[in-house]
Design a protein around this ligand. Sequence first.
Ligand code: 13P
Length: 253
Amino acid sequence: MRKQIAAANWKMNLTYQQGEQLLDDILRAEITLSDDQQAIFAVPFPYLLMAKNELTGSKNYFASAQNCYNKKAGAFTGEVSAEMIQSLGINYCVIGHSERREYFNESNQVLAEKVNLCLDNKITPIFCCGEPLQVREAGTQNSFVEVQLRESLFHLSAEQLQQIVIAYEPIWAIGTGKTATTEQAQEMHAYLRTILADQYGKDIADTISILYGGSVKANNANELFGSPDVDGGLVGGASLIAADFIQIIKSLK
Ligand code: 13P
């Protein structure tokens, strides 16, 4: 079975102390994860080592970066490379979040470079895709998201693709409280799996975890994750509240 993943994206929230407390509170629930389940915490860069140390010892709990730069190393003041992240012992990195695409103008081509650098450094990219509201209203979301995958991922070999986690995050559902319906999520996830199958074959497509993101809450995670092609969630707001994220982890298939 492909991995079922509850991924927290803290974004630019919480102080160091608040983050540490949140992880403590979540770990105190002692939720045992099976070999097919993971809980991943995408925390701000300065908290990566703290998060890694907190999570070490809890099986299938991992820390993740939220971004990396699209260059290997050099005179890029303030940026963080995939190699630096790997050197901390961190093996996950969110790539292409819609907030990065929008506020930092990250194109599909730049994201392809970031994906390559992650893979070169044995980091699993949690690759985000998703359409804005006007695309959804025009009914062209499938082709919009397909281009995002095609331009950032489809240069990869089959072996490389299997290192990727995909997160479908419709932009109109992020931070709005307007969750995609279970049908909308399942429909898009099934479509993504179809295009992965067309490109790489069904056996490989079936191994790729596709997470849903956009107003996942404690009270809707169970239904969303229950869909056959929804392999967990990438969670913003609700991941900042221990009781809510505990419930979301418990909702994994
Ligand atoms: P919300 O869960 O706050 O809608 O955020 C989703 C998201 O952007 C996760 O990456």
